[in-house]
Ligand binder design. Sequence first.
Ligand code: FES
Length: 139
Amino acid sequence: MEIDTLYRQELLEHYRNPQNFGKLKKATYCAYRVNPLCGDEMDLEVLLDRNGKIEDIAFSGQGCAISIASASHFTEYLRGKSLARVKRVDREIPLRLLGASVGAPRRKCALLVYDALQDLVKLHDKKTGTGKNRRNPRS
Ligand code: FES
């Protein structure tokens, strides 16, 4: 079996049986994102433990196979990481986790969960006052 076919099968498996799909009973932060190109929506919720690590994470909404599979992979990747660490996660990570190559028009689908995560981080920074005094590395 070709490697690309394997990746495609795994992507479809995550679409059919996504990890962390649903709503949390209790969440520290929630973010909502829409893909402006198609109107698909995603909610992302995290529950932080007292050390600021992601104890639980869930997403819900509707989207294409790529957006759902990406959210499934990426939420698994994020579980147990601190928000401080998550802030520095490269935008390419969700694409790499998908395995299959994603063309430019579908990048927005694969990155919907990443963009929702950035909103969560902003909420956290606003609530805790972190990030306000971050130095601009270009200055
Ligand atoms: Fe809507 Fe992919 S087509 S998120």
